[in-house]
Ligand binder design. Structure first.
Ligand SMILES: [Zn+2]
Length: 224
């Protein structure tokens, strides 16, 4: 991820974070897209790239499809991760490191749409006060096509928002945009906002990415 605008630390008047280091213009970035668009893959690739540059980061997730404390991807990559429970304060991850003399340069926050609103505020504080880059990845909308609260907050607060450019296609060939929840072969229109399922056919509750037209009509296609 190239930085633009220099490192912001030039000159004697460079701003300093609470830990005394010059601020380098850390940023909060939100990468969003429907299920299956490769968000977790991109998250792990970004972690790899930054690690190669000697930067130290942490990977967090919530309700990964593997249901374990790791980020897994549909193309087979996996990485250990810190599970973000309600009680977790993301700032503590950085503070605890600093207390031990270990600098955290960035956070990779996968499945960020499932975090709570306090977590998003903590991300912003980490950027502004601790000079830590935060890269959040997640869905924008739920199965009802409404924004997840955490995603909405990320849209509101992020320095940069980017739609992931790997297209997921609806069965009709149009670009898939919406995450339909399929229960008993039908598109669910109401229910809990978060119900764990996968995009594989065998799941009791599964998800299928549809174009808006077929999301609206509830048409799951010839294999639905
Ligand atoms: Zn379609």
């Amino acid at each position: 991820m190239p930085r633009t605008g220099g490192d912001g630390a030039g000159g004697c008047a460079a701003a300093r974070g609470v830990h005394g280091r010059p601020l380098h213009a850390a940023a909060l970035k939100f990468f969003w897209g429907p299920m299956d668009c490769g968000k977790s893959t991109m998250a792990l690739q970004m972690n790899y790239n930054h690690g190669r540059q000697g930067r130290r980061g942490l990977v967090t997730t919530r309700i990964d499809r593997s249901l374990g404390p790791q980020v897994t991807t549909r193309i087979g990559l996996a990485h250990s991760a810190i599970e973000v429970i309600d009680e977790l304060d993301l700032r503590d991850l950085v503070r605890d490191g600093l207390a031990d003399g270990v600098r955290v340069d960035y956070l990779i926050c996968d499945e960020a749409s499932f975090y709570n609103l306090e977590h998003i505020e903590q991300m912003a504080e980490l950027v502004d006060e601790y000079d830590v880059d935060v890269y959040a990845f997640g869905l924008a909308t739920d199965f009802r096509s409404c924004l997840f609260p955490a995603a909405q907050r990320l849209f509101e607060l992020a320095d940069e928002v980017a739609r992931i450019q790997v297209e997921v296609l609806c069965w009709c060939g149009r670009e898939g945009l919406l995450n339909a929840r399929v229960v008993d072969g039908r598109v669910a229109r109401e229910g809990e906002q978060v119900v764990i399922g996968d995009t594989v056919d065998s799941a009791d509750v599964r998800y299928q990415v549809l174009c808006r037209r077929h999301y609206r009509s509830g048409d799951l296609g010839p294999r639905g």
